[in-house]
Design a protein around this ligand. Structure first.
Ligand code: BGP
Length: 469
């Protein structure tokens, strides 16, 4: 539809940016922090580990001042579970509480709304030792952890996100480093873990409502609209399959409290059916999110599976889906350009995704990640000409406005990442931030913060409330 006039962004629209604790904070074993699964995985030779990352733990004041300078209305960050409970459960670490108290207070000093992710890939290693998400006691540990966060930070934090990209941990855990290497029958066990995570999320959502009636809580999956590679009905069916497996499984449960029908049949067919204990479904259906947060980088395109073994490929990553024989096969999309890291660039796909999610769930939406990973270069005089990033963000923001004009209730945009940090599996050289952090894979240099071109552009864009794109 072509509109005569676009709706403006609301005056309270939450312009901001996102990070996650393990990719940004560093200080991996300081002040009582326990190890997470990210810390215990063997490091990869060609890229950095997460021990120092951007050293935000020691730079948070300077970092928040930069966000304030850009005019951020909101900042989405995650709490490292193992700073709060070094062993995942049991003894509380007061220094962990103190760090996030300072961080939140610093944000509020500048009028920046904190949006807190409770768990972003960094499961406590001590819990993994006991079976991690395969063990139902991790559900209790998560609930206790959530309760602690609500108790200590709930007086100041209004927006809570439960679990970042649970769908990617299930589908691409090996790329993310979250997959437990000890699983014997990974797919089957992963869907059991998924069930437990859904329960943990539901219990946290219920608790949030009880403890903090004014607060708002949401899931935070990675959602990409799935296109059929052609109008061939078989391709359309394959796209439906993948949409259900990749996207709707997670949101249907969070919002409607039930398993998606297509996915349930897929589980039965493949032998992945999770064990559901008495009472589980009533907890799942009692939990209701107030809004939906989602991360969007690209669309996905799939075609019908040819059922032949040549289809099998690698595992892919968050935005590269290889396929599953008999269910769907990944396909290219000739209409899209790609990033230097092979992810399709599809701004209109963001509008499609917003419309689909809103149409299906009728809840307010916020984009909690979206952005361009690139090899930025620091030029003489502290200049980073990341005009390609400005182009990417501008086009996606245009599509947000179109979606709002379509009638979608979108209340915020927090691209990835506020400041440079370490990618999930492609090192620190894959940069996303508005602020350059001067380090490379193995040389930490001074970790100086340098404003990129996109910093100035975003600042101007925010001050115009989205009209100066
Ligand atoms: C999302 C994750 C983030 C993040 C981002 C970019 O899947 O939630 O943690 O890193 O993708 O991905 P990558 O770092 O792999 O480029």
């Amino acid at each position: 539809m072509k509109y005569h006039k676009l709706k403006a962004f609301d005056s309270n629209f939450l312009w901001g940016g996102s990070t996650s604790s393990y990719q940004f904070e560093g200080a991996w074993n300081e002040d009582g922090k326990g190890p997470s699964v990210i810390d215990t995985r063997p490091p990869r030779e060609e890229i950095t580990d997460y021990k120092v990352a951007s050293d935000h733990y020691h730079h948070y004041k300077e970092d928040i001042a930069l966000l304030a300078e850009m005019g951020f209305k909101a900042y989405r960050f995650s709490v490292a579970w193992t700073r709060i409970y070094p062993q995942g459960t049991g003894e509380l670490n007061p220094k962990g509480i103190q760090f996030y108290n300072h961080l939140i207070d610093e944000l509020l000093k500048y009028g920046i709304e904190p949006i807190v992710t409770m768990y972003h890939f960094d499961l406590p290693a001590a819990l993994e030792k006991e079976g991690g998400w395969s063990n139902r006691s991790t559900i209790n540990a998560f609930e206790t952890y959530a309760k602690t966060l609500f108790e200590h930070f709930g007086d100041r934090v209004k927006y809570w996100l439960t679990i970042n990209e649970q769908n990617m941990m299930i589908l691409h855990g090996s790329a993310l480093g979250t997959l437990d290497p000890n699983l014997k029958n990974p797919k089957k066990e992963l869907y059991q873990q998924n069930h437990h995570m859904l329960l943990a999320q539901a219990r946290a959502m219920i608790l949030c409502k009880e403890m903090l009636p004014e607060a708002k809580v949401a899931p935070a999956p990675n959602i990409s609209c799935v296109y059929p590679a052609s109008s061939r009905p078989e391709d359309v069916l394959a796209a439906d399959n993948f949409n259900a497996i990749r996207n709707w499984l997670y949101l249907d449960m969070a919002v409607f409290g039930r398993y998606n029908t297509l996915v349930w049949r897929y589980f039965e067919e493949k032998g992945y059916t999770p064990e559901i204990q008495e009472g589980d479904m009533s907890i799942l259906s009692a939990a209701k999110p107030d809004f939906i947060a989602f991360n969007y980088y690209s669309s996905a395109t799939v075609k019908a599976s040819t059922q032949n073994s040549a289809e099998k490929g690698g595992m892919g990553d968050q935005q590269i889906s290889v396929g599953e024989v008999g269910v769907f096969a990944g396909s290219g999309n000739e209409y899209l350009e790609r990033t230097e890291f092979g992810w399709g660039i599809d701004p209109a796909g963001l509008r499609v995704t917003l419309r689909k999610i809103y149409d299906r769930y009728q809840l307010p939406l916020i984009i909690t990640e979206n952005g361009l990973g690139a090899f930025d270069s620091l030029e003489e005089g502290d200049v980073v000409r990341d005009d390609y990033r400005i182009d990417y963000l501008r086009k996606h923001i245009e599509q947000c406005q179109l979606a709002i004009t379509d009638g979608v209730e979108l209340f915020g945009y927090c691209p990835w990442s506020a400041i440079d940090l370490v990618s999930t599996h492609q090192g620190v050289s894959k940069r996303y931030g508005f602020v350059y952090v001067d380090r490379d894979e193995f040389n930490l240099r001074q970790l100086r913060r340098i404003r990129k071109n996109s910093f100035h552009w975003y600042k101007n864009m925010i001050s115009s409330n989205g009209s100066a794109l």
